[in-house]
Design a protein around this ligand. Structure first.
Ligand code: ZN
Ligand code: ZN
Ligand code: FE
Length: 753
């Protein structure tokens, strides 16, 4: 009788847990929870995720499953938790079983994780056997995506495969109760890889001495190439203006801001203004570079920029460098020349960086794929992705209604590609601007990588590309042996990326895309667009900035005075732009000649070029040395005198706006006030259109996207100006960039609906 009653209570459940659940300490966590709750059964890594079999009294199983969902390991991300009732197997204990190896892998690979507090404690503890060991890691921390060569995620399939475990590491690896149970990159100073230093003829083989010497060299003003997680960085003392200047000269990087690594959060607080939203971002395991308002001036680090990019140490090596006295803040920038992708293979790095770095601090662990640091800002109190790479890729960014597989190649600038499998969209790390041999190679690697990782046969793919027929990404897409191929208009993709992030795929919206350039459906260049519609029903272009004839092709994006020529062409009574206060260079007049003769000019509604033109009138008459530089300069000017009452910008017509700006400039008004009044005009004009289109079309959701919305003043002003619309919600991108780095997600959407 008693036995029967026990039998009544003895139930069993099978659970499939999907998401980022492998390589993050999930199985030992399940094991420990089962032991604590007195549940029998097993756990294993399946191809689709973690499978759990639980037997015992119903209430014990319930409590156990509850804990699995509510307190998973820090680095785990559960996307599905499917429970079914099964027949008890009569298990008498709880076991960790061997993995299935025969199915198609769809389990997610974890992004790289910053070193955890436990490992940091050990690395600093002189009694610990991993004292000072720069490759210390455990199941809660360390490299993941950057060391995976193929799936499943086992040591032999990572770049750690070459280092057999010593007895002590093996014992930890095999003990379910150890923090390093099945930590694939596990290693120690006895059995694992190490760091060394070369500095001219000087060569130091032991890690501790190598790191100490590197710290010393940095203090002396040297530029040191440091091998990290996704590639090499170039480091130098941020307070040493001569070192920073030398780095700029050698790297051919004239003005683009450098990021700073600071030793501690306290120090971050002392150099940038951190809000409540900034601090958790800095501490996140993804360890992005966080953009925040500068509190100090560091010559040459971020010229003409009110913000600084700051990152906390994320590898044990970074902590050890600071512990050995490396200066903080350190400039820490991707090791490359100008626009090339980050160097990540040792031989190539040594060759590429020969004239740049004074010394090399090189780790022996190979990097499987290159990965830049991610860059995140804060907008409206929330994280706002600027560059998505290390720490975030390849985690999924959105869910789509259909299964796929869909492959989206993105855009040619700030390229990232996306793969949708089982309705989950995975995005590659930031790849860069396509067009040079190195970046094109990185693009090919990322494509092969994603397809191989999820074992996708290209012939089953729906491939999505930009409408631009001349894009390299388009040509690449068309050459793939796909099942079908779709072209998506650039700004439609921008808007769809916002809708995918916020689960608004069925919603009719007003979409506003303010951007550099994109190929329009009518064959002209778009970039200041207002759409009404939905992903399913299609978007109608309901308004745009007033079109302008732009002289001289792509160069208009590099030379703000050339964009100014386009906007000023129709202006009656234009003053002599050669004279003060304008001092426009000859390029402006050559561009005007092109327009007068109507050669090599094209029609554009680009918002980016409008910013360039205004920047030129206010004094930015030189060449832009990186994309968006003139616009960033203009925002910085405006910031200093914000707010101002807006210039006229009715019906998105730039003519009265430009007239007012030229007049005020001639009248001697402070250019910073003019810049602020321009931002106010744009925000007001955009908000007015949004309100009109929402009202006329009875729409209650708005999506803002496109690179121009990286502008904090503008984005916040548009949010403020539309706040009074009752029942209307305004969205923008958060997890993927508003710039072209988010395009691939938007493209994928159109293949899924
Ligand atoms: Zn750890
Ligand atoms: Zn070992
Ligand atoms: Fe764009």
């Amino acid at each position: 009788m008693i036995a029967a009653m026990q039998n009544d209570q003895h139930e069993a459940r099978r659970v499939l847990i999907r998401g980022i659940v492998q390589g993050v300490g999930f199985r030992p966590f399940v094991f420990r929870a089962a032991t604590r709750h007195g549940v029998c059964g097993w756990v294993l890594n399946g191809a689709a995720g973690v499978e759990v079999h639980a037997e015992g009294a119903a209430e014990r199983i319930a409590a156990f499953l509850d804990e699995l969902q509510s307190e998973p390991p820090a680095a785990a991300r559960i996307s599905h938790f499917d429970v079914s009732r099964v027949t008890p197997e009569g298990a008498a204990s709880f076991q960790i079983r061997a993995s299935h190896r025969d199915e198609t892998p769809t389990a997610l690979i974890s992004p790289d994780l910053a070193v955890c507090a436990d490992c940091l404690r050990e690395v600093q503890d002189s009694g610990d056997r991993r004292h000072q060991y720069p490759y210390i890691n455990c199941t809660n921390c360390g490299p993941r995506f950057s060391i995976v060569v193929r799936l499943p995620y086992d040591r032999a399939n990572t770049t750690m495969g070459a280092w057999p475990l010593c007895d002590q590491c093996r014992a930890e690896f095999e003990n379910p109760l150890d923090r390093r149970y099945h930590a694939q990159p596990i290693a120690c100073g006895r059995c694992g890889p190490n760091y060394n230093l070369t500095h001219g003829d000087e060569r130091i083989e032991t890690a501790e001495n190598a790191i100490r010497r590197a710290a010393e060299l940095l203090c002396e003003g040297a530029i040191v190439a440091v091998k990290g997680i996704g590639g090499y960085h170039l480091a130098c003392d941020a307070r040493n203006a001569a070192a920073v200047e030398a780095l700029r000269t050698r790297k051919f990087r004239k003005e683009k801001p450098f990021a700073l690594m600071v030793a501690t959060l306290e120090q971050a607080r002392s150099i940038v203004e951190l809000s409540e939203a900034h601090e958790p971002l800095l501490l996140e395991s993804a360890r992005p570079i966080v953009l925040a308002p500068a509190k100090v001036a560091l010559p040459g680090v971020a010229p003409d920029n009110a913000a600084l990019g700051v990152v906390l140490p994320y590898t044990p090596l970074h902590y050890l460098l600071f512990a050995h006295g490396a200066p903080s803040p350190l400039v820490l920038t991707s090791a490359n020349r100008s626009s090339e992708p980050i160097a990540f293979r040792d031989d190539a790095a040594k060759a590429q960086l020969a004239g740049i770095a004074d010394a090399f601090l090189t780790g022996e662990r190979p990097i499987a794929r290159r990965m830049d640091d991610s860059v995140v800002a804060v907008r409206k109190g929330k994280p706002f992705m600027i560059r998505r790479a290390r720490g975030y890729a390849p985690a999924p960014v959105a869910r789509l209604p259909t299964g796929g597989p869909i492959f989206a190649v993105g855009s040619d600038l700030k390229n990232a590609v996306a793969l949708a499998v089982d309705g989950e969209v995975f995005m590659s790390q930031h790849i860069g601007d396509l067009g040079d041999a190195e970046t094109d190679e990185a693009f090919g690697e990322a494509v092969r990588d994603l397809l191989a990782m999820y074992d996708i046969d290209p012939e089953h793919l729906t491939v999505v590309h930009d409408l631009h027929p001349e894009f390299r990404s388009t040509r690449y897409a068309l050459a793939l042996p796909a099942r079908r191929t779709i072209a998506v208009q650039h700004h439609h993709a921008h808007i769809a990326s916002v809708l995918a992030e916020h689960g608004l795929l069925d919603e009719r919206v007003v979409g506003v895309s303010l951007d550099g350039t994109g190929y329009g459906i009518d064959g002209t260049i778009w970039g200041g667009e207002f759409f009404v519609g939905s992903v399913r029903g299609g978007f109608e272009r309901s308004a745009s900035l007033r079109p302008v004839r732009m002289p001289g092709g792509d160069a208009a994006a590099r030379f703000p005075v050339q964009a100014a020529a386009g906007f000023l062409h129709e202006m009656a009574g234009l003053p002599d732009m050669n004279q003060p206060p304008f001092y426009f260079p000859p390029r402006f007049f050559a561009a005007r000649d092109l327009l007068a003769k109507d050669v090599r000019s094209f029609v554009s509604t680009s918002a980016g070029r409008l910013f360039d033109a205004v920047a030129a009138i206010l004094g930015f008459t030189r060449e832009s040395t990186f994309e968006g530089q003139a616009a960033m300069w203009l925002e910085d000017q405006a910031h200093a005198r914000w707010p101002q009452s807006p210039y006229p910008f009715a019906e998105l017509d730039h003519r009265p706006l430009m007239q007012a700006i030229v007049d005020d400039r001639l009248a001697g008004r402070d250019p910073r006030e003019i810049a602020a009044a321009f931002h106010a005009a744009l925000a007001e004009g955009v908000a007015r259109q949004i309100k009109r289109l929402c009202r006329q079309n009875d729409v209650s959701a708005v999506a803002l996207s496109g690179g121009v919305f990286q502008n904090e003043l503008l984005l916040h002003a548009v949010f403020n100006e539309t706040e009074d619309m009752r029942g209307v919600r305004v969205f923008t991108n958060e997890r993927v960039p508003v710039n072209d780095g988010g395009i691939a997600l938007g493209q994928a959407v159109f293949a899924a609906v």
